[in-house]
Ligand binder design. Structure first.
Ligand SMILES: [Zn+2]
Length: 59
């Protein structure tokens, strides 16, 4: 509503660029990345959950 449509700019996740430098966020991200690289989807999902919980608790 009233917002200009910018079809040429694929917007990334809204908070991806605004994420504060948080050590724990970074750690969880690294762990999730490692899990993804190793093909460990369960662990990756667990890390995603941990990230969500951490963000709610600490941010
Ligand atoms: Zn954090």
């Amino acid at each position: 509503m009233g917002e200009p449509t910018r079809a040429l700019v694929p917007a990334p996740a809204p908070n991806a660029a605004v994420q504060p430098p948080c050590a724990q966020c970074h750690e969880i991200k690294q762990k999730r990345y490692a899990a993804v690289r190793q093909g460990d989807r369960r662990r990756a999902e667990a890390m995603a959950t941990a990230m969500g919980r951490h963000q709610r608790a600490a941010h």
